[in-house]
Design a protein around this ligand. Structure first.
Ligand SMILES: Cc1ncc(COP(=O)(O)O)c(C=O)c1O
Length: 450
């Protein structure tokens, strides 16, 4: 895959220069992946320094460019656009399956969030993931992936890509770096793919170490950062491409399905190539009206993530004291707690998800029924990152694409309840509801011994 002729045309509009710390980029280029000091960079500051778009009439909010197609002053300009001479960097747009100004603006904010040179947005998280993997791996290509992935991504890698594209995957426990190294087939493996914090097991990936191992072998590192926007910045820790399901925390309102690809400008541009680009040719386009909505929400993502994280940490600690088996990377007893601390951006906490292992699916379902229908603590629903609390039993829902053996390998207990902790109401009000549900469990002898 060649770099395009216009490598800077998707630069994150001012944010790149102000993100500072070129040392890190230089070290990366020289083959040494630097672990970014968590105190040096703040994604909220990066977003605030991205270009602000005003409305057509001077409005504080940008206008929505809700056009499928764009007009040209003359046909010569149109011709030059099709040759690639004129493009979005100079405010020339052709057709909204390719770049659209409103979607591009959200892309600039996403690039600022992740500290990447460029980004563009897609119709869903799965569209972002599948487009990136197909762009990086031609037919016959090989991927090494974490065995602990969101069910849809797991199915894409283990079923869809081999059948539809002749792209195969070896799944490994990415906590075992030597297993990752051994799974890489030099010349054939194109991508190392994992989630920064895994769905649903909340295992934290050692992003610098995995990136170093992959880069040494010429393998691109693609990280799904859906569970940890603001908390982790994988590209600053060595990853090449970061993908998101914007549907979750970034949207925050459970009303939009959307995704993003964040990475170097040459790569994002290559995805729009008229002959070989997966975004251009498969067409998983984001509607500009949704892009507008999402741009507004990006500005308070940092505040929301802090509150999701603070509530999740408080509830995780208190639930543990009440005797539940709690998995939360913010707790000191989580196996990767120190690792997460060493990689995380300051003051955004440890993420808004926690898990409670109820051991069996039946107990998990009883717990969720009490939480929703008696204690009114949250909703039984898949997805995450909503302002209300959402909970689901992963094994029978969002990880049901994995066989029981694959679930065992991924560390998913049949009774694992994944809780996406919301922030509405007061912390103590919501805690009293949660505590009530746990008391109910105790009264019915449903609580496990820790
Ligand atoms: C970690 C992760 N990545 C990707 C996706 C897919 O995102 P979308 O539903 O926006 O396609 C999900 C969905 O739950 C997810 O949890």
């Amino acid at each position: 895959m060649a770099d395009t002729q216009r490598p800077s045309f998707l630069l994150a509009g001012g944010a790149v220069e102000e993100r500072g710390d070129l040392k890190e980029i230089i070290q990366k280029k020289s083959g040494k992946v630097a672990v970014a000091s968590p105190w040096e960079w703040d994604p909220a500051a990066s977003i605030a320094s991205a270009r602000h778009e005003f409305g057509e009439h001077g409005g504080v909010n940008m206008s929505i460019e809700a056009s499928a197609t764009f007009s040209f002053m003359d046909s010569e300009t149109m011709r030059r656009m099709f040759t690639g001479e004129l493009g979005p960097d100079r405010d020339f747009f052709i057709y909204s399956r390719s770049f659209n100004p409103t979607v591009l603006n959200l892309g600039r904010l996403m690039a600022a969030l992740e500290g990447t040179e460029a980004a563009y947005c897609t119709a869903s998280g799965m569209a972002a993931i599948s487009s990136v993997l197909m762009q990086l791996c031609g037919s016959g290509g090989h991927i090494v992936a974490s065995s602990a992935l969101y069910g849809g991504s797991h199915a894409l890698l283990s079923h869809f890509l081999p059948k539809a594209c002749n792209i195969t995957t070896t799944m490994v426990d990415i906590g075992d770096v030597s297993a990752v190294k051994n799974a890489i087939v030099e010349g054939k493996t194109k991508v190392l793919y994992f989630e920064a914090i895994s769905n649903p097991t909340l295992t934290v990936a050692n992003i610098p170490e995995l990136s170093r191992v992959a880069n040494e072998k010429g393998v691109k590192v693609v990280v799904d950062n859906t569970f940890a926007p603001m908390v982790l910045s994988p590209a600053r820790l060595g990853a090449d491409v970061v993908v998101h399901s914007i549907t979750k925390f970034i949207s925050g309102a459970a009303d939009i399905i959307a995704g993003a690809v964040c990475g170097p400008a040459w790569f994002v541009n290559s995805m729009m190539d008229m002959h070989h680009g997966t975004l251009m040719l498969l067409g998983p386009t984001m509607n500009p009206k949704l892009a507008f909505e999402l741009c507004e929400r990006m500005q308070h993502l940092g505040l929301r993530m802090k509150e999701h994280g603070a509530r999740a940490l408080a509830f995780a600690g208190r639930l543990k004291k009440l005797g539940l088996r709690v998995i939360y990377p913010g707790l000191e007893d989580h196996p990767q707690h120190q690792l997460l601390k060493s990689m995380a951006n300051k003051e955004y906490g440890y993420g808004g998800l926690l898990c409670v292992d109820m051991e069996t699916e039946e107990k998990a379902n009883r717990f969720m029924n009490i939480l929703q229908n008696d204690a009114h603590f949250g909703f039984i629903a898949v997805s995450l990152g909503y302002y209300e609390t959402l909970m689901s039993c992963s094994g029978s829902t969002t990880s049901s694409e994995l066989s029981s053996e694959e679930q065992r390998l991924a560390g998913i207990s049949p009774g694992l309840v994944r809780i996406s902790v919301g922030y509405v109401g007061t912390l103590e009000q919501r805690w009293s509801q949660l505590e009530k549900a746990v008391c109910h469990l105790k009264e019915h002898g449903l609580l496990l011994k820790n």
